[in-house]
Design a protein around this ligand. Structure first.
Ligand SMILES: [Zn+2]
Length: 239
């Protein structure tokens, strides 16, 4: 698939991370005609449950539920992701080909080393893709307008939250496509970080951030530095 001028490109370490972290926002954007692609850094083949074929089928099913514009995999090694130039080059090639307005990536603060590594890859690729003399062989220089972090396993003060109240069911339907990742016994759940079902964790977090914003569910995001003053128009509209 080739797509030009994608609106939003979401980078994730493993299949299901994009859905859990910002699946409601993805659904909301797609609902109003914004194009959204997801790039998984790995196939998630090192997960405690689920082999490569299973996880690839689950990712395809979740993509269909959301109606993603595109989904590709960087093909990095699960549980061994490093934020080096070789890894970043794979993302630079995709950024220059799809020319997204926004690049979404994991928050750099996360208990999972793959998530922090992918945050590093995003930072390198975001910067270097805009430099004409860096990796000329990967296409013309292009830098997205902003690098925005969605949340994973840990907390940081969000810069903003997106109201996803109307898209919770679609988000959960997409997350449930990753059936191999849901434990049904205490023993299975003991393998999870903090021993909680991933969907329950995501739902609780979205309700919490929603409660801070006065809506039923919201997904948090972080950007470095302050927003430009244009954003005040949103406040004047009461959005
Ligand atoms: Zn992950």
């Amino acid at each position: 698939m080739t797509h030009h001028h994608l609106d939003v490109l979401v980078l994730a370490a493993h299949p299901d991370d994009a859905e859990i972290g910002c699946g409601g926002t993805i659904a909301r954007l797609l609902a109003v005609g914004v194009t959204v692609g997801v790039i998984d850094a790995t196939h998630g083949e090192a997960a405690t449950r689920g082999d490569l074929a299973t996880r690839s089928m689950e990712a395809a099913a979740a993509s269909a539920v959301l109606g993603l514009t595109m989904r590709e995999c960087l093909g990095l090694s699960d549980a061994a992701v490093v934020a080096d130039d070789t890894s970043a080059a794979r993302l630079i090639a995709i950024v220059r080909r799809t020319r997204p307005t926004l690049l979404l990536a994991p928050l750099p603060i996360d208990a999972h080393p793959d998530h922090t590594a992918v945050a590093g890859i995003a930072r390198r690729a975001y910067f270097h893709s805009g430099l004409a003399k860096v990796h000329r062989e990967l296409g013309a220089a292009y830098r997205p307008k902003a690098l925005v972090s969605y949340f994973g396993n840990d907390f940081a003060p969000p810069s903003f939250c997106v109201d996803v109240s109307g898209h919770v069911e679609k988000k959960h339907a997409a997350v449930r496509c990753y059936a191999s990742q849901f434990g049904h016994t205490d023993e299975q759940r003991a393998h999870y970080l903090r021993r909680l079902d991933p969907l329950e964790r995501a739902a609780a977090r979205d309700r919490y951030f929603g409660s801070l914003c006065g809506v039923a569910a919201a997904e948090p995001f972080a950007v470095e530095g302050p927003f430009a003053l244009d954003a005040i128009a949103l406040l004047l509209r009461g959005a």
